[in-house]
Design a protein around this ligand. Structure first.
Ligand code: SAM
Length: 305
């Protein structure tokens, strides 16, 4: 086949019927512009039609710019506003993303261990944690620690907070199991330890408890409850475990309150350093656990060199 035959074979069938001199690109690749037939138009007619074409083009470009400007302004305006659903709409997805990352992190680092949750009543975070373990392929057993009778009376003046009223946020044990089953969990996937932490987390408490915790979720709000949780967790954590605090950025009448106050005080004597990890929702914060003796140059407060 000759060179000409090859180029022809690459054309579409309709392409072959178009006379070569019409609309053919010139050597520089520009398309020929239409002009009146030479017998009907002199040079001034050609100039007039060229002016018309130029004006129409400018008008079209201006119109497009106006539409473009309006569309950009409209989009910016829309992005500056909130929808009513934005008020709480980010809270659950951000927790969900925290669980995905936490389980990815511990699985990638080969940290074997269970999921322990402290404050489980509506089973929202418990179900998310469960779905994350299935997503990531972590073979973890889940533990829920809750009174199932709502928040206890504050045991310390550091528990003071305008939102934390004794007895609030209670879900019955039956309802909790129903929610877990509906999510697809079987009785062998999780354990529930009902009761107040002063009893259920005490070293002398009867019954099985997790031996190693890969991911812990602390959502018990109160300072005194978190103090009990962190003492319970201390020997069960491993380098690389992740702890999430649902209400880390809460402030009481005298300053930092609840979970943050307990976590900071606990870290002063803990064998673990809490390295900032994922922040989620408006109040949530999480940490990766590191042995406090490692990285001697690491500042205890900022966790940075
Ligand atoms: C904010 S709610 C937990 C919400 C849950 N994570 C969810 O996603 O549905 C806090 C829970 O912590 C529990 N709690 C707080 N202090 C406790 C303690 N000392 N002993 C047992 N349960 C406690 C309360 O029963 C309450 O249900």
């Amino acid at each position: 086949m000759s060179r000409d035959d090859t180029s022809h074979a690459a054309c579409t069938p309709t392409c072959a019927t178009v006379p070569e001199e019409v609309d053919a690109p010139d050597r520089a690749g520009r398309l020929a512009v239409w002009s009146p037939p030479p017998d009907r138009a002199g040079p001034s007619a050609a100039r007039r039609s060229a002016r018309v074409v130029t004006r129409a083009g400018a008008l079209a470009r201006r119109q497009l710019r106006t539409w473009g400007d309006r569309s950009v302004r409209w989009q910016v305006d829309r992005q500056l506003r909130f929808k009513p659903a934005d008020r709480f709409g980010h809270e659950l997805p951000e927790r969900k993303e925290f669980f995905r990352r936490a389980w990815h992190c511990v699985r990638f680092n080969a940290i074997d261990g269970d999921y322990a949750e402290f404050g489980s009543h509506g089973a929202n975070t418990f179900r998310m944690a469960w779905h994350a373990t299935r997503l990531i392929g972590a073979d973890a057993h889940l533990w829920a620690f809750d009174s199932f009778a709502g928040l206890p009376e504050g045991a310390d003046e550091r528990d003071a907070h305008p939102r934390w009223t004794p007895g609030s946020m209670a879900t019955s044990l039956d309802e909790f199991h129903r929610l877990c089953r509906r999510a697809g969990m079987t009785s062998s996937d999780y354990d529930v330890v009902p009761g107040y932490y002063r009893d259920s987390l005490a070293p002398s408490a009867p019954g099985p408890r997790p031996t190693t915790v890969a991911v812990a979720y602390v959502d018990c709000d109160l300072y005194s409850s978190t103090v009990e949780v962190l003492s319970f967790l201390e020997p069960r954590l491993r380098a690389g475990s992740v702890i999430g605090f649902d209400d880390y950025f809460c402030v009481g009448p005298d300053g930092p309150s609840g979970e943050r106050r307990a976590a900071v005080e606990h870290s002063a004597t803990s064998r673990w350093r809490l390295v900032p990890y994922v922040q989620f929702g408006w109040a949530g914060m999480s940490f990766v656990v590191e042995p406090a003796t490692e990285l001697a140059g690491c500042d205890r407060a900022t966790h940075m060199p």
